[in-house]
Design a protein around this ligand. Structure first.
Ligand code: ZN
Length: 510
């Protein structure tokens, strides 16, 4: 759901499995198309909350059903003719494979009860323990229960309840051939790990060690590339974003590594459980997997479950019946079925909300906006398609130029606008910064910068260095340098690969 002004929209996007993920993750390549907007009416006029919820679920499934209507005919009509980017027409069998969404959306789509697992038959109270093996919900049994709607409307609710789902009238996946919605509920790293399990973990660690100690340790961390400095600590932050949780995860283990627990309890199980969840977090995001890395993923989750008792011992938790924590048990299966988790990342569509819903709304006169939004988007898509064609023409030309000049690296060094220190004595550069041959290196640079024609030999260079006069005694010093390369055109013009933090000997003692 996306909000703009006082209005809301529920955009649905579509992407196809054949697209390589390197392209899919770039919003600028337009590999997700907007399929439609679902109604967002809250149905306030329905006074009973239970019937309102039921009606909203039925409305959602009805609309989705209409959108996916062409896929239902597949087993009756045979393949559909679809033209590809180069204009060739192919006979295709498009099959609904996955649904990518957050937990409430997964509950809505699968028809399970809030709190239960949308994939397997595990009920809320069973979610805390890890089983050896999980089976999906029995689709055949559920479809049989759904089929009773026409013949036995009175017994429909009971039949659905027995099969373990809510009595939805014709869920959209009921007639989709070759699709299993329970298999197609994918992991969601952003909401399940960063905004779910990691969020819990930070609160449990805070409860174990206390806010004061954790925040004090945050403030002591030296600056480093890719490490965000939480100058006020991490415990007082409110409305923490996924990106902020990712930044916290990088320092989490370092923050607690030799902190003492109250009453002399051994912190080992706690460190083990944090480490195993962090292992899981990073392994789950590997861009490629082997059976070995998948086994490591499995083992890290097992290790967490073996050590999680520490949170109960410390009185922080009484159970672990958390749907997001339980969902980790299905990651390996999903990766085996649909590829690595970056193939179905909800972050991609969060980004699309801005382009495809918010910008589209701004372009309307804010009245009866959906029709205007779709027209605006259709036009914009056509312009973008033409633009990318022009870009492709230019790119193919520039590739030839690049090859002829044999450029291996297109990176840059970026400095801050103002130096960290405006004037540092050349002697201090040698003694305090440890740049022993700074003068010689500078002279060499000056010679080579002025030089034209064939390069001097090493002995010629060493001789010429003696005659270069440096007409100054101080230089400006920058304590930070960034290495950047051109980034994705929409998200960022330049991306920082790495950065160096430095200083004189005095400032380096933290
Ligand atoms: Zn499950």
């Amino acid at each position: 759901m996306v909000a703009f002004g006082t209005k809301t929209a529920y955009p649905v996007y579509l992407t196809i499995g054949n697209i390589p993920k390197e392209l899919r993750r770039k919003p600028s390549r337009r590999t997700h198309i907007l399929l439609g907007y679902l109604p967002t009416t809250p149905l306030h006029h329905v006074s009973s909350a239970a019937s309102r919820r039921r009606m909203l679920a039925n409305l959602f499934h009805y609309c989705f059903s209409r959108i996916l209507e062409p896929l239902k005919l597949l087993d009756k009509t045979g393949p559909i003719e679809i033209s590809s980017g180069d204009g060739a027409i192919y006979q295709t069998f498009p099959i609904f494979a996955c649904f990518v969404g957050d937990y409430p959306e997964q509950v809505l789509v699968s028809g399970c009860k809030t709190g239960d697992c949308p994939r397997c038959p595990a009920r809320w109270m069973e979610l805390g323990e890890l089983k050896e093996d999980y089976e999906y919900r029995d689709l055949v049994k559920i479809l049989e229960a759904l089929a009773t709607f026409e013949d036995d409307p009175g017994g429909y609710s009971a039949a659905c309840s027995k099969a373990g789902i809510k009595p939805i009238v014709h869920p959209f996946w009921q007639e989709l051939p070759y699709s299993d919605i329970y298999l197609g509920i994918t992991p969601d790293v952003l909401h399940q790990l960063y905004q779910g399990v990691m969020k819990h973990l930070v609160s449990w660690i805070t409860a174990a060690f206390g806010e004061k100690d954790l925040d004090a340790r945050c403030r002591c961390l030296p600056p480093n590339h890719n490490i965000r400095a939480f100058s006020k600590g991490i415990t007082s932050l409110s409305r923490v974003t996924g990106k902020e949780h990712a930044d916290m995860c990088r320092i989490l283990l370092g923050l607690i590594v030799d902190l003492k627990l109250p009453d002399g309890t051994s912190p080992l199980p706690l460190i083990r459980s944090i480490r195993s969840l962090l292992d899981f977090l990073y392994l789950a995001q590997y861009p490629t997997h082997t059976s070995e890395t998948l086994q490591l993923l499995d083992e890290s989750l097992k290790r967490f479950h073996e050590n999680k008792h520490i949170f109960v011992d410390l009185g922080i938790r009484t159970n672990f019946n958390l749907p997001k924590l339980h969902s980790l048990a299905h990651y390996v299966d999903s990766i085996k079925s649909f590829g690595t988790t970056d193939n179905y990342n909800t972050e991609y569509t969060e980004r699309l909300h801005i382009d495809l819903a918010k910008d589209a709304y701004r372009a309307t006169n804010h009245r009866d906006e959906y029709a205007q939004m779709t027209t605006w988007l259709e036009r914009k898509e056509k312009i973008l398609r033409h633009e990318s064609y022009l870009e492709w023409c230019l790119e193919s030309r520039s590739k030839i130029v690049l090859r002829s000049t044999d450029m291996a690296y297109n990176g840059d060094l970026t400095l801050t606008k103002w130096p960290s220190i405006r004037a540092v004595d050349l002697d201090d550069i040698v003694s305090k910064y440890g740049a022993k041959f700074f003068r010689e290196a500078l002279r060499r640079y000056i010679i080579l910068a002025r030089h034209t024609g064939p390069l001097p030999t090493r002995s010629q260079l060493e001789h010429q260095i003696l005659y270069v006069n440096l007409p100054f005694t101080t230089v400006a010093v920058y304590h930070r340098v960034k290495f950047t390369v051109p980034g994705d055109s929409i998200l960022a013009k330049r991306v920082t690969l790495d950065s160096i933090h430095t200083g004189d000997k005095g400032s380096l003692t933290w």
